[in-house]
Design a protein around this ligand. Structure first.
Ligand code: ACO
Length: 323
């Protein structure tokens, strides 16, 4: 059977780094509160005029370089974002043009923080169906554009950035020993919209809007739903938590990551952590974490990686792959 294997990863973080202390004279908050409640120490913010597609293009170029591939070899781009450059066209098409790619498809996926997991699962399905041989899957966000800078319960949490993964078709045995994406699990439940949403949009208000979140309620859903979607995806892959070499979670909050890992019986030294330096970059957080860890040479061929994420919707899911 055809499997989608990872050929390369890459990322880009905007130059401007903002430490927790930056918020201290603007809001009633402290470095200590942010660190102890979230594990976040700093985040990157895009420069004025720097767009989500700018970040995505740089991450994609880095992934192509690491894979030793040319853009002409890519059959399609799937880009996960909730902070597109424009209402339309898809940010993926702007990235496509920026990369000088003039064939194939390019479209966006919108599942907020779970966006990259949804994009990865879609790319995998397209590759297995024979729709494409190589797909560039990108998560790119400029959440700094939708922050309410007077709301201390949200604006300290998020950052900007982009990560990219190149998937390539490979004939495989069809067993859980295969390299590549082995299984996924995707879920949404729209009745939880009020827990995490943006209060503006094209057809509802004609404005961009700002992010609103009931953080403590999202927190409770996160730990329960992340552990359960991860178990479902592992089961579909014919694996258990004991087979996992690396958990690469959505980087929203160190406490959520730790609680989920504990629930699954995974020690923290098997967890890739970037939340301290990146904050929550929504759909970009998993490909950023993958690319950082890959760049450090932490994954060995044959390692089992588990990714999971939850975000606005609520939408949540997990992907299991063998490196
Ligand atoms: N500095 C100081 N105090 C603060 C801050 C801050 N930055 N933010 C909130 N507080 C206060 C609150 O006002 C509250 O004060 P009160 O008790 O006087 O009312 C107190 O801290 C406790 O607030 P909680 O919200 O209960 O704090 P909690 O421990 O739950 O931490 C947090 C808040 C960090 C937001 C946490 O709930 C969380 O991480 N939730 C999940 C967020 C998440 O994972 N989102 C993922 C998806 S994101 C996406 O999809 C776009």
């Amino acid at each position: 059977m055809r499997r989608a294997i990872v050929r390369g990863t890459g990322h880009y973080l905007p130059e401007r780094i903002v430490e927790n202390s930056w918020f201290e004279d603007k809001l009633e908050t402290s470095d200590d509160w942010i660190r102890s409640r979230t594990g976040i120490e700093r985040r990157h913010f895009a420069a004025e005029g720097q767009t989500t597609s700018d970040l995505g293009i740089r991450a994609a170029r880095a992934a192509l370089e690491r894979a030793g591939m040319e853009i002409g070899q890519i059959d399609g781009i799937i880009l996960a974002t909730s902070t597109p450059d424009f209402t339309f066209p898809a940010t993926a098409t702007i990235v496509q043009a920026g990369l000088g790619m003039s064939r194939g498809f390019a479209f966006d996926v919108q599942a907020v923080c779970a966006g990259f997991v949804f994009a990865l699962a879609n790319a995998d399905a397209m590759i297995r169906a024979g729709q494409a041989d190589r797909i560039l899957v990108i998560g790119a966000e400029t959440f700094s554009r939708i922050m309410d800078w007077t709301d201390r319960s949200t604006c300290v949490l998020f950052g900007d950035g982009a990560g990219a993964v190149i998937l390539e078709a490979q004939e495989s045995e069809g067993t859980s020993e295969d390299r590549g994406l082995l299984a996924s699990d995707l879920n949404s439940d729209g009745k939880y919209r009020e827990l995490l949403y943006v209060d503006g949009g094209v057809s509802a208000t004609g404005t961009v809007g700002k992010l609103r979140m009931q953080g403590n309620l999202v927190f409770r859903h996160a730990v329960e739903k992340l552990a359960s979607t991860a178990q479902t995806a592992l089961g579909r892959a014919g694996l258990t938590a004991a087979d996992v070499d690396w958990l690469v979670p959505h980087q929203a909050n160190l406490r959520i990551i730790t609680a989920t890992a504990q629930k699954m019986g995974l020690p923290l030294d098997k967890v890739v952590l970037t939340v301290a330096d990146h904050g929550n970059t929504s759909a970009a957080s998993i490909p950023l974490a993958l690319s950082v860890a890959d760049g450090e040479g932490r994954f060995a061929p044959g390692d089992v990686l588990l990714t999971e994420a939850i975000g606005g919707g609520l939408s949540w899911g997990a992907v299991v792959l063998r490196w």
